[in-house]
Structures are given as structure tokens and as C-alpha cells.
Design a protein around this ligand. Structure first.
Ligand code: PRP
Ligand code: URA
Length: 209
């Protein structure tokens, strides 16, 4: 596994445990996804470049630092990635948000695209893709490719739970893409669900099952 960063902060791990629990209801599930995304966003942005500026305080001049360099864009994969947007936006209120609509065909398990709208200046931004689940990696790989096809050179993937199979697929198809996650689980089952995972993230977020 290359380019994988697992965030083992106790708060993230605690909230992931609550998220996995099949007795966690839709309201709690939504809140947890949002909170975990904010905590992970804090780590994902750790290496953002800074520049020195001078700020006039009520007392004097402070030589201090502000974020510089490329602006950020976030791109949730619909549907489940939507649940991660709020948490990220709380940290990065100026970030532009694109959307990619993909669903996994239940028979072929291949991703099917139904929507793609990115910020017009996406190519000049660092793009972070949001999707809670990295299972076979088909959806994430396709989303990364759409984004690269729009001229974006800097893409990161942020998910909550990843399967080794999905990491391998993204590593092979996009070796330049860093993957941030809270957990790497054991494997996929016969229906390509992550084991033990948390079930169907979209259904649990939106109460559709
Ligand atoms: C889920 C999940 C990912 C995808 C992961 O979405 O949110 O996008 O499956 O699976 P993969 O790595 O094997 O491609 P799903 O297709 O269930 O759509 P939804 O978000 O609309 O529920
Ligand atoms: N999509 C989900 O929502 N959960 C999984 O375990 C795999 C794909």
C-alpha cells in the first residue's frame, strides 16, 4: 500500500466505532460523518503552504502567517460523499465544491456516471475527493480520472473506511494520488461490501433502507 495515510487520532477512532454500530440511527450517523470529516480535514490540510504577512494588532505589528499557494476545491462523490461536505466547509468556508455523480451498478459492480460539475477553475486548485467508502476502488478511480481529464494535476482522496482492494486499485491506476482514511478494513465480501465496514453508507446517511 502506497500513499496511504491512516488518521489514528483517538477522537476519529472513537467516532468511527459509533458510526460502524448498526444501532446508530440516521441522525447520529449524519452527525458523526460530518464530525469525522472535519477532524480528518484538519489533518488533510496540515501541509498547506503558509506565507509571512504583517498584521497591525491594537498594540503593534505582528509578523505572522496566512495560508498561501493553490486554493482548495472539494468534490464529493454523490451520494454518500455529500455527508462529508459540511465538516470540510466548516474548516474551509471559501473552498469551492464540485460534484461527481456515480453509482455502483449492483450487477457489474462497475461505476456508472450520471453527473459531473466541477468549479470552472478546478485545474488551478488542489482537489480533495470525498467519499466515505473505498471498496473495489472503481468509483474513486473513475472520479479521479474525470477530475484529471479537466486538467487538474493535484488530487487527493479522503474516505472514512478503505478496503485493501480499493487502495490497491487506486494505487495502480493513480499512483500520484494520496489516500487519507480513518481505517483500513479486512477485505470485501462476495457483494463487494467492506468487511466489517459499516454497511451501505448512502443508505445509512439518507435513511433509504
Ligand atoms: C458507494 C460509496 C462509493 C462506492 C464505493 O456508493 O459511497 O461511492 O459505493 O464502492 P467502490 O469502491 O466499489 O466503487 P454507491 O454506489 O452505493 O452509491 P450511493 O452513494 O449513491 O449510495
Ligand atoms: N459502498 C458502501 O456504501 N459500503 C460498502 O461497504 C461498499 C460500498
Amino acid at each position: 500500500m502506497n500513499n496511504v495515510f491512516v488518521f489514528d487520532h483517538p477522537l476519529i477512532q472513537h467516532k468511527i466505532s459509533l458510526l460502524r454500530d448498526k444501532n446508530t440511527n440516521t441522525k447520529e450517523f449524519r452527525e458523526l460523518v460530518s464530525e469525522i470529516s472535519m477532524l480528518m480535514g484538519y489533518e488533510v490540510t496540515r501541509n498547506m503552504p503558509l506565507k509571512e504577512v504583517e498584521i497591525e494588532t491594537p498594540i503593534g505589528i505582528a509578523k505572522t502567517k496566512v495560508i498561501s499557494g493553490k486554493k482548495l476545491g472539494i468534490v464529493p462523490i454523490l451520494r454518500a460523499g455529500l455527508g462529508m461536505v459540511d465538516g470540510m466547509i466548516q474548516l474551509l468556508p471559501m473552498a469551492k465544491v464540485g460534484h461527481i455523480g456515480l453509482y455502483r451498478d449492483p450487477e457489474t459492480l462497475k461505476p456508472v456516471e450520471y453527473y459531473c460539475k466541477l468549479p470552472v477553475d478546478a485545474a488551478e486548485r488542489d482537489i480533495v475527493i470525498l467519499d466515505p467508502m473505498l471498496a473495489t476502488g472503481g468509483s474513486a478511480s473513475a472520479a479521479i480520472q474525470f477530475i484529471k481529464d479537466k486538467g487538474v494535476s493535484s488530487v487527493k482522496l479522503m474516505c472514512l473506511i478503505a478496503a485493501p482492494e480499493g487502495i490497491k486499485r487506486v494505487n495502480e491506476s493513480h499512483p500520484d494520488v494520496e489516500i487519507y482514511c480513518a481505517c483500513v478494513d479486512e477485505k470485501l465480501n462476495d457483494h463487494c461490501y467492506i468487511v466489517p465496514g459499516l454497511g451501505d453508507a448512502g443508505d445509512r446517511l439518507f435513511g433509504t433502507k
